[in-house]
Design a protein around this ligand. Structure first.
Ligand SMILES: Nc1ncnc2c1ncn2[C@@H]1O[C@H](COP(=O)(O)OP(=O)(O)OP(=O)(O)O)[C@@H](O)[C@H]1O
Ligand SMILES: [Mg+2]
Length: 264
């Protein structure tokens, strides 16, 4: 794997720009669910400002990989560090990790009985001890940035799926994260709402947010990703810039996978 920390990647199209030092580093990570070996000796470095798209067949371990990075799942062996420090196991430090590495899920996961504004305010007040007035001001600013400021007083169920997902992104952003993880953020959305979420994500990528994105949206990968990581059966099989990956995948497994998703 090319690992020079400031390499320009001209072939990565619009996303080409230098990225920073290693921020998220997985080394020789193994994970089992019972007898099932779901992550097999996975090593991955995500640099500050880098956008890494993770793709692969169902069950290949993409969600599990994401979830280990903010410790929603523990690992059996290997190491994961954030900004040079091992992930904390519990308590206050774990709460800080979850703020530092925000996660956006397929199913939005908003608090159903809280307004949009409360959803984006609560974490700041509880986990980061921001004063409520300041937290609300930050929340409104970020809601405006993702285009849903006018929905602030509503409950999540009163919003479209695309709007709810943008609120979920706003909630993660309000914690001023060092990195964001996205696990198929547009898979539950109707087609007309997919782009409004992807556009927000492309904007974040352009602004230099470090992102790990599990998605089969190849347009997003081409527009915003610095690297595409292809997983199969718990292993990282390829790790390449999008242009190289999509035009000249090295492995038979990646070629086979691409032929299936690109014909849809
Ligand atoms: N909590 C769990 N307990 C037991 N097995 C699990 C658990 N979570 C995931 N698995 C299994 O681990 C493997 C990897 O799952 P994972 O959800 O990471 O795959 P994925 O690549 O995200 O798949 P998909 O594209 O369907 O979302 C699968 O075989 C899955 O059934
Ligand atoms: Mg998954």
């Amino acid at each position: 794997m090319a690992d020079s920390t400031t390499a320009e990647r001209p072939s990565a199209g619009a996303a080409a720009r230098p990225t920073g030092e290693p921020l998220i580093v997985l080394e020789h990570v193994d994970k089992h669910f019972g007898a099932l070996h779901v992550l097999k000796d996975v090593s991955l470095t995500v640099h500050r400002g880098e956008v890494v798209v993770v793709i692969g067949p169902s069950g290949s371990g993409k969600s599990t990989l994401c979830r280990t990075i903010n410790r929603l799942e523990t690992i059996d062996s290997g190491t994961i560090t954030l900004d040079g420090k091992p992930l904390p196991a519990e308590g206050r430090d774990l709460a800080r990790l979850r703020a530092d590495v925000g996660m956006v899920f397929q199913s939005f996961n908003l608090f159903a009985h809280k307004t949009v504004l409360e959803n984006v305010t609560l974490g700041q007040v509880k986990a980061k001890k921001v004063r409520p007035a300041e937290a609300r001001a930050t929340a409104m600013e970020i809601l405006d940035r993702v285009g849903v400021a006018d929905q602030a007083a509503k409950l999540p169920a009163q919003l479209s799926g695309g709007q709810q997902q943008r609120v979920a992104i706003a909630r993660a952003l309000a914690m001023k994260p060092q990195a964001l993880l996205f696990d198929e953020p547009t898979s539950a959305l109707d087609p007309e709402m997919i782009n409004e979420v992807l556009d927000v994500m492309v904007g974040l990528a352009r602004d230099g947010m470090t992102m790990v994105v599990v998605t089969h949206e190849m347009g997003f990968a081409r527009r915003a990703a610095h690297r595409v990581v292809f997983m199969d059966a718990g292993q990282i099989v390829e790790d390449a810039d999008p242009e190289t990956f999509f035009t000249a995948p090295r492995s038979e497994r990646a070629r086979d996978f691409l032929s299936k998703i690109l014909t849809h």
